[in-house]
Design a protein around this ligand. Sequence first.
Ligand SMILES: Cc1cc2nc3c(=O)[nH]c(=O)nc-3n(C[C@H](O)[C@H](O)[C@H](O)COP(=O)(O)O)c2cc1C
Length: 303
Amino acid sequence: MAKLSVDLLGMTFRNPILPAAGPNVGNGRQLRLTAEGGAGGLLAKTISVRAAEVPRPDMVRFGQTGMLNTELWTELSPEEWLDREYDIGLAAAREHNIPFLASIGYTPDELRAIGPKVEAKGVDAIEFSIHYLDPARLIDTARALRESVKCPIIAKLTPHKGDLGELAAMIEPYVDAFACINSYGPTLRIDIDRMEPTLGSPLGYGWLSGTPIRPLALRSVFEVARRVKKPVIGVGGIANPKDVIAHFMAGASAVQVCTAILLRGQNYYAKLARGVSDWLDAHGYDDINQVRGRYLERLGLKA
Ligand SMILES: Cc1cc2nc3c(=O)[nH]c(=O)nc-3n(C[C@H](O)[C@H](O)[C@H](O)COP(=O)(O)O)c2cc1C
């Protein structure tokens, strides 16, 4: 059986398949189920300085394997996370001997306020979500968190039409790794019989995730990995073991999954991991790390 564990930012993940921030990791109980379901590490839903007010309906299916959502960050208060939910998630991570990552957002001031409190809980790393495409704000945001905490920090990038590699390179000095991508949008879906939006946001806008964004995610990982030296975590549309392999070939060092887990349940992590191992065995690899960056190498873009 091929080796699946990956070492990243001083942490060892038992396999490279982690949860992406979303309702699948929306509280301590979900985090425990994620650990029990076989994820390589834990990452909790994004928290901010206050609870989000999420319009309903906040999630609809898009085809069989896609989703549109209007979720913001967590609807729990930071106190609820700091007093209870992180402890439950951290205990599950320690029992399973896997790392625990927090996700926080969004402005420089908010990151400065919440980052040190989250770090004090004993999390192994902090991911922060970047929506700004304006370079000055991008750098301010990354620098604010870098100056507030000592643990490794991961910038989660939002897809857009420009070269994501350029944006990543701009903040590379301030961060330890990148995660890409967040869900894509905004997008719109209308219920034509009622002539109303299917989602509860003011204009009916929502964010697209799942297999419809799979090729966009892969391009983004490729663009960032070819440009920066720091590790990249691939996110977006991963729904089967071959998607994990493709992300590794494009330069990812680990992956995160949200929509496929929402649709298939927490035990799907173990199934994905087994499928990756089977693929590696069948193709003569004995370690997932041997696949990383192979597509970049083939194009002569990275040694
Ligand atoms: C319902 C829902 C809620 C989400 N909430 C968050 C969040 O709080 N923070 C965040 O960084 N990303 C959030 N995301 C984005 C996911 O973490 C992920 O980047 C995106 O969905 C692409 O991965 P996927 O195709 O595997 O779902 C959310 C996605 C969905 C579907």
